[in-house]
Structures are given as structure tokens and as C-alpha cells.
Design a protein around this ligand. Structure first.
Ligand SMILES: O=C(NC/C=C/[C@H]1OC[C@H](O)[C@@H]1O)c1cc([N+](=O)[O-])cc(O)c1O
Ligand SMILES: [Mg+2]
Length: 214
């Protein structure tokens, strides 16, 4: 039977990366996606911007929307201080199954809680289910038409505090026009655009960093 792209990506990690070494997992995925098969990971160019924002925030609580194969999960978790927690939501069970194995190969399972299901269902349950008061950092990388409704939902559920940083992938390609319009015109956020390229291509894309003003 045919393998799936996430299965082939996991195979490349198990073949080329060293257990317990997150950077080698990232390198294996980026090499696979550059030379063998494109996949929708944030990638190394936008990944460096992600690294700098995560390092600046030094978050104790992180929410990632859209795990896919766990590339950005590993990238973020590898930068977190001890005892920091990353919750990552993934709708697709097949992607989630692969991501669990990628995160485990990197040795980061103790910092990461992967939750399967729809973000719209889980965001209202974050406090009661995971003992979260507010998130310090949120990485948005899931369905592009869910960025705006889920941001409004996080506001309504009191999951954002003064200074919470939202970082959104793909605001140019595939694009999240309604989210950009809202976040750039809302007095409740201070936003900044980081120009880059769509992972593994020369196509323009970028990350939008937005700080909640409370
Ligand atoms: O759809 C993208 N990501 C969201 C995927 C969302 C969902 O796809 C199925 C699964 O449920 C997952 O949660 C995407 C697409 C491209 N792209 O170039 O098409 C590039 C990216 O960086 C992306 O994050
Ligand atoms: Mg993306």
C-alpha cells in the first residue's frame, strides 16, 4: 500500500536524525523537503524568525494551532526553559500520529502536549482541561480561515494577557486576509510583519507578530 507524505517525512527523520537531538530532526526534515518532497513545515528561513521571537518572549506557556508533522513543535519546544509547557492542537489524526513520533524522536515529549481535535472545540476548554490561565505565546499555523475566529475565541475565553505574543505563519501565502485586516486595524494589538518566503521556495510569504495590549 502507498505511504503518505507524513510517513515518508517520519522515515527521513528516523533514518537521518539522532534521537534526542532536536536540531538534527529539523535538519533531516528540511533536507527531505528541499531535496525529496515539499511539505508544509514552517521551514528554516521562517523558522529562524520563529526562533528569534520565541527566544525574545521566553514563554512558560505556548499554544500551537496546527501541528502537522511536528516540525515547528520541535523548533519551539527546543528553545523553551525547563518546566515550560507547549500545547499543540492537530485536527487530522494521521498527522497527529506522525507528529507524536517526530516529537518523541527529538526527545521533547515531556515539554509537549499534543491534543487531537478542532481548535474551535478545544480553545474554550483550555483552562479547565490543562490548568492554563493565559498563554505567553501562540503560533498560528492551522487552517488559514481559522486564524481570525480562533483569535477572537482566545480573546473571549480570556486566554490572552497584556503582552501575549501571537505569531502567524502564511499571512501572504496561502494568505490570511481577514486575520491581517482585523489584527492590523485593532487597537488591541501592536503588529509587525516579518517578510520571508514560503518554505523551501522563492515565493514571498511572511510571519505577522502581534502583541496583545490587554
Ligand atoms: O494549509 C496549511 N496549513 C494548515 C493545514 C491545516 C490542516 O491540514 C489538514 C490538517 O487538519 C491540518 O491541521 C499550509 C499550506 C501551505 N501551502 O503552501 O499550501 C503552506 C503552509 O505553511 C501551511 O501552513
Ligand atoms: Mg504554515
Amino acid at each position: 500500500t502507498q505511504s503518505t507524505r507524513p510517513q515518508r517525512l517520519l522515515g527521513a527523520v528516523q533514518k537521518n536524525a539522532t534521537r534526542g537531538q532536536p536540531h538534527s530532526v529539523l535538519k533531516a526534515i528540511d533536507q527531505f523537503c528541499t531535496h525529496t518532497e515539499w511539505a508544509m513545515n514552517v521551514g528554516d528561513e521562517k523558522g529562524c524568525i520563529l526562533d528569534s521571537v520565541v527566544s525574545e518572549v521566553n514563554p512558560a506557556t505556548v499554544l500551537e494551532l496546527g501541528t502537522y508533522c511536528g516540525y515547528s513543535t520541535v523548533r519551539i519546544a527546543s528553545l523553551l526553559p525547563p518546566h515550560a509547557k507547549l500545547i499543540t492542537l492537530e485536527f487530522n489524526p494521521d498527522f497527529a500520529a506522525i507528529a507524536r513520533q517526530v516529537i518523541a524522536w527529538a526527545g521533547l515529549e515531556d515539554k509537549v502536549q499534543l491534543v487531537e481535535g478542532a481548535s474551535g472545540d478545544w480553545i474554550p476548554k483550555m483552562k479547565e482541561q490543562f490548568g492554563i490561565t493565559t498563554f505567553d505565546f501562540v503560533f498560528l499555523d492551522h487552517w488559514k480561515d481559522r486564524y481570525l475566529p480562533d483569535t477572537k475565541l482566545m480573546e473571549e475565553c480570556g486566554l490572552l494577557r497584556k503582552g501575549t505574543v501571537l505569531l502567524a505563519d502564511n499571512v501572504i501565502c496561502p494568505g490570511t486576509p481577514d486575520y491581517l485586516e482585523y489584527i492590523r486595524n485593532s487597537p488591541r494589538y501592536k503588529s509587525q510583519y516579518f517578510k520571508s518566503h514560503l518554505e523551501y521556495t522563492k515565493v514571498e510569504d511572511g510571519l505577522e507578530k502581534s502583541v496583545f495590549q490587554g
